[in-house]
Design a protein around this ligand. Structure first.
Ligand code: PLP
Length: 385
């Protein structure tokens, strides 16, 4: 198998799985319980939170564990919007967000908030002038992903936050950092709120992180018992939290070394694929190398994906969560519906090998030639009728 879909999800690393198993076996108590088993689990959970808060240099109380980035995005956008209604009802988002952000915006719109969309430059960078222009006195929240999931477009969050605060000091910045964590250095100090998830960084599925700076007014949207996991009450998933902590510690080291290696793989693919007339490389200067997006001229991306699957090669059409629709990011960057309607996302990891890339390129050639031939035959048959 050649797995080139690391931005959809990653395999759980052995060490992470071991932490999960140990925490499950040896810490069965509910951390909300008062007896010694509960106290033991609570202590383990706190040491995991401390490890995470130390890495990001934030307060332990500023971290809430969630079921994943989708839930973190829900908490961030809805909880912050509800709490800041008295200051306004205007929210800005980029045109490069994950589908979960747009789904939440739709809900917020239905309950009376106004959503605005910030333009980006031809490179996919947030258009700072447009951001300034669209900021208003009643703008309460801006949400901009750190790294976009379809093309890997990376945004300068620190600079964006400075612009926002200059225009309106009461506006908060949320960033979906799901595709950034474990790939590039991230700082929660560049933003007011952030979302991330473990399964993109070799951790288990079902556990995410929501960071909220203590200064940000917030209305909880989930209610229940137990208050050790701030905005997601109930029994905390201690083994998942422990595993997530381990995954963060393992994923945030050697970033430069891993990125350089991945960049070489990315360049190798680009150099080969740009030779095909019917392939367009959707890459700009601000793309991180871990995500490579291409458009196919005359072949449906889904057909191509399934043809590659016959060689046990796995990748995505745009993002795993929006497969089947046109790529919103390719559309936002190139403003070309045809180009955005048939895109493939190749996502790489430090685990990817040069040999895998060589095999992928050889299979890509076979599939490309076969599907183009079929297309020509189809066209010839049409004219023969
Ligand atoms: N945000 C981004 C940028 C993503 O890439 C994804 C997953 O594809 C999500 C959110 C959703 O994450 P989860 O599956 O943890 O809910």
């Amino acid at each position: 198998m050649i797995y080139l879909d690391y931005s959809a999800t990653t395999p759980v690393s052995y060490d992470v799985l071991e932490s999960y198993t140990r925490a499950t076996k040896d810490f069965m108590g509910n951390p909300n319980s008062l007896h010694s088993l509960g106290v033991k689990s609570k202590a383990l959970m706190h040491s995991a939170i401390k490890q995470i808060s130390d890495i990001f240099n934030v307060l332990e109380s500023e971290i809430t564990f969630t079921a994943g980035a989708t839930m973190s995005n829900n908490l961030a956008l809805i909880g912050t919007s509800l709490a800041n209604m008295k200051y306004g009802n205007h929210i800005l988002v980029s045109k490069l967000e994950h589908p979960s952000i747009y789904a939440i915006c739709k809900y917020l719109e239905n309950i009376g908030f106004e959503i605005g969309y910030v333009d980006n430059t031809e490179e996919g960078l947030i258009d700072f002038d447009d951001l300034k222009k669209k900021m208003r006195d009643d703008t309460i929240l801006v949400s901009i992903c750190a790294v976009n999931s379809e093309m890997g477009l990376r945004q300068p969050l620190k600079m964006i936050r400075q612009i926002i605060k200059k225009e309106n000091p009461h506006t908060f910045l949320h960033s979906d950092m799901t595709q950034a964590l474990g790939k590039i250095p991230v700082s929660f100090h560049d933003v007011d709120l952030a979302s991330a998830t473990a399964h993109k960084i070799y951790g288990p599925k079902g556990i995410g992180l929501f960071y909220k700076n203590s200064r940000v007014p917030f209305t909880p949207i989930l209610y229940g018992s137990g208050n050790i996991n701030m905005y997601n009450p109930g029994t905390p998933a201690v083994p998942l939290i422990v595993a997530f902590s381990k995954a963060i510690r393992l994923a945030t080291v050697d970033l430069d070394k891993r990125e350089n290696f991945i960049r070489r793989l990315n360049e190798k693919i680009v150099n080969e694929l740009k030779k095909y007339d019917g392939v367009k490389i959707n890459q700009t200067k601000i793309c991180i190398p871990h995500i490579l997006n291409i458009s196919l001229d005359n072949i449906k991306a889904e057909t191509f994906l399934h043809a590659l699957e016959e060689y046990e090669i796995y990748l995505s059409t745009n993002t795993a969560c929006s497969s089947g629709e046109i790529s919103t990011s390719v559309m936002a960057v190139y403003n070309d519906k045809k180009r955005a309607s048939s895109t493939l996302r190749i996502s790489l990891s430090y685990l990817t090998t040069t040999d895998e890339i060589n095999k992928f390129l050889a299979c890509f050639k076979l599939v490309y030639e076969k599907l183009n031939l079929l297309k020509k035959e189809e066209q010839n048959n049409k004219y023969n009728i």
